[in-house]
Design a protein around this ligand. Structure first.
Ligand code: ADP
Ligand code: MG
Length: 234
């Protein structure tokens, strides 16, 4: 579905992503695992056309992004690492704003927003200001905002960072539910157990480089994923 070929990103002297090549398959939950600073967010930003690679190519269904930007932006949904709502708008207003950006017609906007609020049990806070929500509610809202235009590929950058274990489980359920709807999911995390629980395949990055890529089962081969991770990222 998405193919990276020798993708590198430099910020001045810093090589944030170093010669990445791999493929993301339709319908899978693909995990990008790595310590802070490994290059996960930079990779996601290139895969979502927010940053251009310094070198290498990214193919979306065998096409390069140049000339296909609008089609690709409609294909993908982005859940960023950092909350970027307008905190002084209500939940509904934030979703409405996003729906307008994707040119959804008015009747469809309302229907879709209500359906998504219902899906993550946020209908009660529909008219509350975002700043009044709990951390878990904000994360759920961030996820459904990315789903308004019905993307086929969803990128989640550290979707459960700083959440309580109970709330984290809820987000995991939500992600599994999206997979069962046929959405391809790319997820970054530095929580090993999150990758182990959710991902079909895991890529481990260390200082910008890909150091492993396989199913969790094949990667572990009797050891724990945590052991493997520590070995490969020391
Ligand atoms: N805009 C930027 N300018 C300069 N350096 C950056 C920028 N974005 C990321 N970096 C650097 O690139 C490296 C990878 O960062 P990042 O992709 O955010 O890692 P991760 O998401 O895995 O924590 C880090 O060394 C970071 O400091
Ligand atoms: Mg990051």
């Amino acid at each position: 579905m998405i193919k990276l070929k020798n993708v590198t990103k430099k910020f001045g002297e810093i090589i944030a992503v170093n010669d990445l090549s791999f493929e993301i398959l339709r319908g899978e939950i693909f995990g990008l695992l790595g310590k802070n600073g490994a290059g996960k967010t930079t990779t996601i930003k290139m895969l979502t056309l927010q940053l251009n690679p310094t070198a290498g190519h990214i193919f979306f269904e065998d096409k390069l992004p140049q000339g296909n930007e609008i089609a690709i932006k409609n294909l993908i949904g982005i859940v960023p690492q950092h909350l970027n709502f307008d905190q002084d708008l209500t939940v509904y207003e934030n979703l409405e704003l996003h729906a307008r950006l994707y040119h959804l017609p008015k009747n469809l906007r309302q229907k879709k927003i209500d359906e998504l609020l219902n899906f993550v049990e946020l209908e009660k806070v529909k008219n509350s200001f975002v700043k009044s929500l709990s951390g878990g509610m904000k994360r759920r809202l961030l996820i459904i905002r990315a789903l308004i235009h019905e993307p086929k590929i969803l990128f989640l950058d550290e979707p459960t960072v700083a959440l309580d274990p109970q709330v984290r489980r809820k987000i995991w359920e939500l992600i599994q539910n999206l997979k069962s709807q046929g959405i391809t999911i790319i997820l970054t995390t530095h929580y090993i157990e999150e990758a182990e629980f959710l991902c079909d395949r895991v890529a481990i990055m260390n200082v910008g480089k890909l150091v492993a890529l396989d199913t969790t089962k094949n990667l572990c081969n009797g050891k724990s994923l945590e052991e493997i991770f520590i070995q490969l990222t020391n």
